[in-house]
Ligand binder design. Structure first.
Ligand SMILES: Cc1cc2nc3c(=O)[nH]c(=O)nc-3n(C[C@H](O)[C@H](O)[C@H](O)COP(=O)(O)OP(=O)(O)OC[C@H]3O[C@@H](n4cnc5c(N)ncnc54)[C@H](O)[C@@H]3O)c2cc1C
Length: 426
């Protein structure tokens, strides 16, 4: 793209900011407008369910980039600017305020929207998902009310965000119940052995866990404030705050309406290119088809950041495929979980460390293999294992299972373990 080119970025979140900055790093001198529909300057989402909600991180620390930092890079940030439609043939976007902007290159970084709970009463006050800073403020206010009134919290959905909120609410001394529809926590991402460990962790902190819970309705008082969650079996869980964490859907509606190929997300290749040669996409709004035909959707800071760099390069006509091992983290109580790789399809799990010990003192990793090939490693309070695992997975090297299980052995890529014939490159 030449100096006259103009890039519009729709969505001023993790990926949007990264694309803008990556374009400047790559030497793009044309205009860049970052259009965000939220009223806030770009901010970090992960602390919203963790340190910020717990009150150990202040609002200033949530800010990802101050407007001045973007101005210095000649990036124009427009908050409160919702894009309503894309005209791909004319290369323009229409904003909700009625204005139209032309583009040379368009970037879609629109994120995702929490799935709504489709049960009666779900609109009651005090029932909320947690995606945005405004959602987090609602959760924080209701948590304070729960503390004042000595009332409890119900979390619907035992996924990462729900469990992080549960941990934060317990830290504030509140009674917390997690209602999970599946038979275990984090069932889509963790091995059963780790789901069980997380159940023990939460129970050890006093959280009530209810599995195979079918929510029938949300109960509200005469003022419209939530007062409980009723299950199909008739049981009632009282609460003055209900946090719904039942997953998200990709914000691909703009792209789909503009004729881009979408399938549970805006379809991109490994460089963030969409089916339109002038439009790239990155982050939670995207989906990608892997070589084996699997549809991959990732919702993580690393994915948003790395895909954004690839998308910026693609706009500049460069190839920068994002092929690094996916990684993710979650903080609950004093426990840090770090996941490297994708465990789907694992047929064997090997534990390194002692999971049976006191949960608060545990440090271990779960290695996922398929036919002897390492797929993923989930590390709990074991940062060194996580870093080694990422190197192994990036290099496509599988350590021998007996060495992995033996704490006395190093399993990392530069260790003896992987220079003997037990280690397999694939
Ligand atoms: C509470 C919480 C905790 C998390 N914790 C972790 C964690 O511990 N580790 C981790 O790796 N990931 C975590 N994540 C996930 C991570 O934050 C996301 O994967 C990441 O923010 C995705 O970045 P994104 O740019 O794709 O989307 P977002 O950051 O969601 O940005 C998209 C932006 O686009 C805006 N937008 C949408 N449509 C339009 C439109 N039409 N016009 C203008 N603007 C629009 C949205 O309002 C939003 O501001 C967490 C997420 C949440 C919500």
């Amino acid at each position: 793209m030449n100096a006259d080119a103009s890039v519009l970025i729709v969505g001023a979140g993790q990926a949007g900011v990264q694309v803008a900055e990556a374009l400047r790093t790559l030497g793009f001198t044309g205009s860049i407008q970052l259009l965000g529909d939220e009223p806030h300057t770009p901010y970090h989402r992960p602390p919203l369910s963790k340190a910020w909600l717990a009150g150990t991180l202040d609002a200033a620390q949530l800010v990802m980039r101050a407007p001045q930092a973007l101005e210095r890079k000649n990036i124009t940030l427009r908050t409160g600017a919702k894009v309503a439609a894309i005209d791909a043939a004319r290369k323009t976007v229409h904003l909700a305020d009625g204005s139209t902007l032309p583009y040379t290159g368009l970037v879609l970084t629109t994120g995702a929207t929490p799935r709504a709970l489709a049960v009666p009463g779900a609109q009651a006050q005090g029932v909320t998902a947690l995606r945005s800073r405004d959602d987090a403020s609602v959760v924080a206010q209701h948590l304070d009310r729960c503390v004042e009134q000595g009332r409890g919290v119900v979390v619907i959905g035992g996924g990462f965000i729900g469990l992080e909120v549960a941990a934060t609410a317990r830290k504030k001394g509140l009674a917390v119940t997690v209602l999970e529809a599946a038979p275990r926590l984090l069932g889509r991402v963790l091995a059963p052995v780790l789901s069980d460990w997380y159940a023990r962790l939460h129970r050890s902190h006093g959280v009530q866990l209810v599995f195979q819970a079918q929510v029938a309705r949300i109960e509200a008082d005469a003022a419209g404030l939530v007062c409980g969650v009723r299950l199909v079996d008739g049981s009632l869980f009282e609460a003055a705050l209900v946090v719904v964490g039942v997953g998200v859907t990709a914000n691909d509606q703009l792209a789909a309406a503009a004729g881009l190929v979408c399938e549970r997300g805006i379809m991109v290749d490994v460089c963030g290119r969409t089916s339109d040669p002038f439009i790239v996409a990155a982050g939670d709004c995207t989906a990608r088809r892997l070589a084996d035909g699997t549809l991959l959707r990732l919702e993580s800071v690393q994915n948003a950041t790395e895909q954004a760099k690839s998308a910026a390069a693609a706009l500049m006509g460069q190839e920068r495929p994002f092929t690094a091992t996916p990684w993710f983290w979650s903080d609950q109580y004093d426990t840090k979980l770090q996941i490297a790789g994708l465990s789907t399809g694992a047929d064997e799990w090997v534990v390194r460390g002692d999971m049976a010990a006191d949960v608060s003192a545990s440090s271990f990793s779960v290695f996922h293999f398929r036919q002897g090939v390492l797929l993923a490693v989930d590390s709990v309070n074991a940062g060194k294992d996580h870093l080694q695992a990422r190197k192994l997975l990036d290099a496509h090297v599988s350590p021998a299972r007996d060495r992995v299980a033996d704490l006395a052995c190093d399993f990392g890529i530069n260790t003896h373990a992987n220079h003997d014939e037990a280690a397999r490159a694939y």
